[in-house]
Design a protein around this ligand. Structure first.
Ligand SMILES: Nc1ncnc2c1ncn2[C@@H]1O[C@H](COP(=O)(O)OP(=O)(O)O)[C@@H](O)[C@H]1O
Ligand SMILES: [Mg+2]
Length: 258
């Protein structure tokens, strides 16, 4: 059984069809490179998977459970986490605070717990600090020492690391990365991808990576999926998809000679 199985996934915005009967399967441990021209529906696919939009048609099974139309919170609880194409960090808050925002799985936010159970509250905070430090150390030890710095003082690559740690803190089984290289140099992108791939297989979830940088896709994807106008144009190994004439025409903008 696949970890993720989407069948006939369709999303209409008024008269616009952003996703058109997509059938997509992802197995545990896979790293999928998702590519396609701007506007081809990649981010919408993530938004539908994570419950931001309810699909117009189709079904999403995650770990055998039907999560179609579930709330983002329920989908996060089920084990899917994401980062966003445009950075969604609270710049004036610390690295720790930004990561804790993502740790709703084990956090007691109850009013009485926070006000009256001071000892338990403090030990919860200490546990979270330890957990956050460990998550940062696994990804990038240097950032762990800046855990209480404001995120606004960090470089772009460190901000991306914080977003990725926030997504990883709930131990997801599927991680969705929406153009993590945006705003970074090629070297920084390569470094960040190496750090993600260096996570121990036991702690590394299956990944769907939206990325325009084809060298990154080549290096880390075990399989590629190409979108065009909300449809799956093709899928296969990097070599298979990039040598496909239809992909070359649609995505790489190359006229293929006969
Ligand atoms: N909330 C929305 N309302 C209306 N149209 C949308 C909305 N979100 C995305 N779209 C449209 O859906 C299409 C796919 O967009 P998107 O998924 O962002 O593409 P990509 O991430 O591949 O660049 C685009 O035409 C976009 O304008
Ligand atoms: Mg997008």
């Amino acid at each position: 059984m696949s970890l993720l199985s989407c069948t006939g996934l369709t999303m209409h915005f008024g008269g616009l069809t952003a996703l058109n009967h997509l059938d997509i399967k992802v197995d545990a441990g896979e790293t999928i490179g998702l590519v396609g021209p701007n506007g081809s529906g990649k981010t919408t696919f993530f938004n539908v998977l994570t419950g931001i939009y309810r699909p117009s048609e189709g079904q999403i099974l995650f770990d055998g459970k039907d999560i179609t139309g579930c709330s983002p919170q329920a989908i996060y609880q089920a084990g899917i986490s994401r980062t966003f194409q445009r950075s969604r960090l609270c710049l004036e808050l610390s690295v720790f605070d930004n990561i804790m925002i993502g740790n709703t799985k084990n956090r007691n936010d109850g009013f009485f717990f926070n006000i009256f159970h001071r000892k338990a509250f403090r030990s919860q905070c200490a546990r979270f600090e330890e957990r956050t430090r460990a998550a940062l150390e696994r990804l990038n030890p240097a950032l762990a020492s800046r855990m209480h710095c404001a995120v606004g003082d960090l470089s772009m690559i460190d901000r991306r690391r914080v977003e990725i740690c926030r997504a990883l803190i709930g131990s997801p089984r599927l991680l969705l990365l929406d153009e993590p290289s945006a705003g970074m140099t090629q070297d920084e992108t390569r470094q960040l991808m190496d750090e993600i791939m260096a996570l121990q297989p036991a702690t590394r979830p299956a990944i769907i990576l939206i990325e325009h940088e084809m060298n990154v896709i080549r290096r880390i994807s075990s399989r590629c999926i190409v979108f065009n106008f909300g449809e799956k144009l093709c899928e296969g190994s990097f070599e298979e998809v990039t040598s496909n004439p239809v992909v070359q025409q649609a995505y790489l903008g190359t006229e293929v000679s006969a």
